[in-house]
Design a protein around this ligand. Structure first.
Ligand code: ARG
Length: 457
């Protein structure tokens, strides 16, 4: 097969070079966008009188035929034609003859590949945003459903203060909401038309880039032809957003793994989302959650990979940049798969309400409430902290819980303590009283969910 660029060459490309330089094995994924971009380009060329309208019509018809052939799996992709752009162009010329060669007027593969990947990513990011929205809805629904469940809140993985399970779930909902916002923000910089920049310098031909932008639904047009063929930071931004999303997912996955252990026994994962052991018959393993945690490393790797590829590249296009695609494709697949698995798994988790509630009340988790009770009695917080610390020490030494102490025992630590102290050390009382904005009281969490749902709409 003759190469579209063979004119100045006398020797045939080495086989190893074809293997080494090809990208058709993975960039074929861009075929739809490549054709869509070419059709818009052909329309513009005809409108501007750069190519005859008749030829443009024939080209567009040919491109549409190729579209159907690829869709039906009848198209033969050829490695020796390197990439998706040349595969489609060669097929077009085969189909419509020499006039097919007019399509590449005022265009280069450099702006073409930038266009294709922007069109591709625009579609995928919109889908990721809509999946994130589903995930957020799932979490808000769960938060609403489990408003009565109290659990231990942790710092340093040590029981700290009782909280509502709903509050804990909503913490993740908030993270995923910021992720959605971040992807939406990245979309503004993805949605920029690079086509018309040509190889790097623009063209002497009277093109109309605004018309192409309009046809392809781009909100912005790149301002600098050199920047626009060598810029990949819109991809890096996508990979960063994805890495942060995966980091959030990994934290949640880690908690699900911990919570489903015998030691915590807070939850039971659905059978359909766990796997067994090939040797230990009793085992039920949280593999899905583990893989969510594990795949996070893979997405970080993709970000690192492209950052490293781009580092130190001189302007403008360099073939190194062909290495941008696999990390991006892999990330899109991983993020979508992870989101779909989360959306389906989360609502099926069973929570062990009694176990969560019981552990929430242990480990002096309401000691801070005693300190705040003393503050309300006029004692400076540092002093109140010290008094409460001594109460806890006393309980530890005498194997007692805070609720076991008699009022005279309490009074021996501070005369300001009255019998109403018992109202402040109960688990539910403690949670109910956290009425500060954004706090864990049912009242506040209900309001939080309400505001959250409003943002989701
Ligand atoms: N397959 C190439 C890529 O993905 C397309 C652009 C090639 N341009 C060039 N001048 N070799 O980056």
């Amino acid at each position: 097969m003759k190469k579209p660029w063979s004119g100045r060459f006398t020797e045939k490309t080495a086989d190893i070079v074809e293997q080494f330089t090809e990208s058709i094995s993975f960039d074929r994924r861009l075929w739809k966008y490549d054709i869509e971009g070419s059709i818009a380009h052909a329309k513009m060329l005809a409108k501007q009188g750069i190519i005859p309208k008749r030829d443009a019509d024939r080209i567009i018809k040919g491109l549409k035929e190729i579209y159907r052939e690829i869709e039906d799996g009848r198209f033969k992709f050829r490695e020796e034609l390197e990439d998706i752009h040349m595969n489609i162009e060669a097929a077009l010329i085969e189909k419509v003859g020499d006039i097919g060669g007019r399509l590449h007027t005022a265009r280069s593969r450099n702006d073409q590949v930038a266009l294709d990947i922007r069109l591709y990513l625009r579609t995928e990011v919109k889908e990721i945003i809509s999946l994130l929205k589903n995930l957020e809805t799932v979490l808000a629904d769960m938060a609403e459903k489990y408003l009565a469940i109290i659990m231990p809140g942790y710092t340093h993985l040590q029981r700290a203060q009782p909280v509502l399970l709903s509050h804990h779930l909503m913490a993740y909902a908030q993270m995923f909401d910021r992720d959605r916002e971040r992807f939406g923000d990245a979309l503004n910089r993805i949605n920029v038309l690079p086509l018309g920049s040509c190889a790097l310098a623009g063209t002497t031909l009277p093109t109309d880039r605004h018309y192409v932008a309009e046809l392809l639904g781009f909100d912005f047009i790149s301002e600098n032809s050199m920047d626009s063929v060598s810029d990949r930071d819109f991809l890096l931004e996508f990979l960063s957003c994805s890495s942060i999303f995966m980091m959030h997912t990994s934290r949640m996955a880690e908690e699900l793994i911990l919570w489903s252990s015998e030691e915590f026994s807070f939850i039971e994962l659905p059978d359909a989302f766990t796997t067994g052991s090939s040797i230990m018959p009793q085992k039920k393993n949280p593999d899905v959650a583990e893989l969510m945690r594990g795949k996070t490393g893979r997405v970080y790797g993709n970000l690192m990979s492209l950052l490293t590829t781009m580092k130190g590249l001189p302007l403008t296009y360099n073939r190194d940049m062909q290495e941008d695609k696999e990390p991006v494709f892999d990330t899109v697949d991983t993020v979508k798969l992870t989101l779909n698995a989360l959306i389906q798994m989360l609502p099926k988790i069973k929570f062990n309400e009694k176990r969560m509630h019981d552990t929430a009340g242990e480990a002096f988790s309401t000691a801070t409430d005693i300190a705040e009770y003393l503050v309300k009695k006029g004692i400076p917080f540092r002093t109140a902290h010290e008094i409460t610390g001594r109460i806890v020490r006393y309980c530890i030494d005498n194997s007692k819980r805070l609720s076991d102490l008699s009022i005279s025992e309490y009074k021996s630590f501070s005369n300001s303590i009255g019998s109403e102290i018992y109202k402040f050390i109960g688990t539910s009382e403690s949670v109910n009283a956290k009425k500060s904005y954004g706090g864990t009281s049912p009242e506040m969490v209900r309001e939080q969910i309400k505001r959250f749902r409003k943002r989701l709409r």
